[in-house]
Design a protein around this ligand. Structure first.
Ligand code: KG4
Ligand code: ZN
Length: 357
């Protein structure tokens, strides 16, 4: 099966072509430069930019894959969650393309696509579904922090989530306080490598609470108060590096400790990590270390698929279409709209959901 997939849920315009589990192309065009001067994503600008880029990006994905429109079996797009107007662009482009080509169409849940992205590995990137096994999975991005228990393929239960800011949002807000460019996560990651994480201890909110929820807004506030008393040091590189290391250590400890605790409680021998923050070096190495100490396997999405991309959408879409022979398509799905707020919990009964629509 050959699937063309589109992702436009936030500030990346992406299109990929997937063929029998192999990623033939994955073109990602980031809008970071556009939003940087505003210190965050401006939804209207993001949508307008997606509109201008979507056709050339799709053409380039097809060209790199050496695939023509007529070769496609299906077209997929991220249906939600995400920025409403941004989602509309990719979703309706994919829908119109499928309609005009008389191909199957499928809308994919953005977090579910992240959830399966650690199973896409290798060069060239591909997925081997026979390798799939149950896991505790952490999805950490700019908008969400979710700890999920996956018991069967397509069946998952949310163990915990952030009660306020997402981990990526915390990275970005702290970076802004430190005068670093948007998005701040990768900057904090780089600068933390030269800092001392023990120079100041920041709070680990909810670390010892008997649940799997997270809270990061207090951490950001604590950084703000501390910086008010240290404003004369904001130009010292070492001070900024130490701050980055201290904040990163607090976020990493919270995420890793709760994931390991969940894996032990539910007797899971595998933890997976995905989402934009999954690219964080400190987070990856702490997971590697603590998983090995606890005899738990660890699997993380490849760096190129940590952030938003259409390859993960295409891989999941193809799997859905191949497995669910009763999946309705063509005319049945033409009246679907994007779902900007779409809880991941609904996706555990995907077949039921699709039939009901
Ligand atoms: O998954 P993603 O690309 O988009 C969303 O669905 O939100 O995640 C973007 C988030 C941003 O907050 C960004 O700062 C963060 O991921 N991020 C990082 C790193 N790379 C991206 N955070 C920490 N360390 C990184 N290396
Ligand atoms: Zn994402």
């Amino acid at each position: 099966m050959i699937v063309l997939a589109i992702e436009t849920s936030c500030d990346e315009t992406s299109c990929a072509v997937v063929h029998n589990g192999r990623v033939l192309s994955n073109v990602v065009s980031s809008q970071i430069a556009l939003h940087q001067e505003y210190g965050g994503v401006v939804p209207e600008l993001a949508a307008r930019e997606h509109l201008g880029r979507i056709v050339p990006i799709c053409e380039s994905a097809l060209c790199q894959a050496d695939v023509e429109l007529g070769d496609l079996d299906a077209v997929a797009a991220t249906r939600g969650p995400g920025l409403p107007n941004a989602l509309q662009v990719g979703f309706h482009t994919a829908q119109s393309l499928a309609f005009s080509l008389r191909k199957k169409f499928i809308g994919i849940h953005h977090h579910e696509a992240h959830l399966y992205s650690p199973w896409i590995q290798g060069d060239p990137l591909h997925v081997n579904w026979t390798e799939w096994r149950p896991s505790v999975s952490l999805i950490v991005s700019g908008g969400h922090t979710l700890l999920v228990r996956c018991t069967k393929e397509g069946k998952h239960e949310i163990l915990g989530a952030t009660v306020d800011d997402a981990a990526g949002e915390c990275f970005d807000k702290v970076a802004k306080l430190l005068g670093l460019p948007y998005p701040g996560g990768p900057w904090i990651d780089r600068l933390a490598a030269d800092g001392n994480p023990k120079s100041r201890r920041f709070p680990r909110p909810m670390l010892n609470d008997p649940n799997y929820n997270f809270s990061f807004s207090g951490l950001k506030t604590s950084v703000r108060y501390y910086l008010e008393s240290q404003s004369n040091r904001l130009k010292e590189r070492q001070f900024i590096c130490d701050m980055c290391a201290g904040v990163q250590a607090a976020i990493v400890e919270t995420l890793v400790t709760k994931s390991i605790r969940a894996a032990r409680e539910y007797q899971m021998s595998l933890i997976t990590l995905s989402g934009g923050v999954g690219a964080n070096q400190g987070l990856r190495s702490e997971f590697h270390k603590q998983c090995s100490e606890n005899q738990i396997d660890f699997r993380v999405a490849p760096n190129s698929l940590s952030g938003d991309n259409a390859a993960m959408v295409g891989v999941l879409a193809e799997r859905r279409l191949q497995k669910k022979t009763n999946l309705k398509h063509e005319a049945d799905l033409w009246d679907q709209d994007p779902r900007p707020s779409w809880p991941l919990s609904e996706m555990s009964q995907q077949t039921v959901q699709m039939r009901a629509q």
